[in-house]
Ligand binder design. Sequence first.
Ligand SMILES: [Zn+2]
Length: 263
Amino acid sequence: MRQFHQEGLIYYKFDCFDDHAVDHAIFSRVGGNSKGAFTSLNLGGTNGDDPRDVLANHEKLFRVFGRSYASRFDVWQVHGKTIVFSDAPRPPEKKHSPADGIFTDKPEVTLVMRFADCVPLVFHDPIRKVVGIVHGGWQGTMLRIGAEAVEAVQRHYGSRACDLRVGLGPSICGNCYQVGEDVRRQFLKEWGKEAEPFFNQTENGLFLDLWGANIFTLRQAGVEQIENPRICTAENLQEWYSYRKEKGVTGRFAVVIALKGNG
Ligand SMILES: [Zn+2]
């Protein structure tokens, strides 16, 4: 990933996406208005932060990103496996629909999702000209949301898995993500023995490798071009929010992507 600085914000771009075809950025928590546990570019609207700061953060982010706030399409992320396709920005008066994957082939739409430990899977199909973002927490990962997304873009846009480029954004790593035995039990029920390599029992407890599990499901779905910069949210609190490390009181950072064009 490459790092950029603009107006006090720090953001990153994957190497695997063609900057001539897509605009995308993973915005760190640096440079926003929010205070305290939310310092400072918090984009989450339901975690207790001051709504005026959250709005100011959105406006600053979209200004730096170079696209209008009105172009955004976002959803209510619910740890399921529903994928939605957007043909237009979400009107401000329209409620967020529940989903954990969003895709578009329209340049006038800017896709936005919010994260704090869950894995951002960012998609670009340069052939069919489609972009998307998927939210992979442990539940979505267990439900193979990455593979669901690949099948969804194949059906909806005629994409081929081998053309897809997928970047894994900052998220909690397998050394930091401690889980309970119930999580392993549920994974084993869904995945059988295939789940075992992604769990690591140490003297400190049981740990789950979300990166490995998501890459496994993407590869099973036929994706070949995967970029994982291996940035752990829990180990880099100066730049990222970590729900786990900050014990639930924290903000959400934003991942944004759009096809080049108007918008
Ligand atoms: Zn870590």
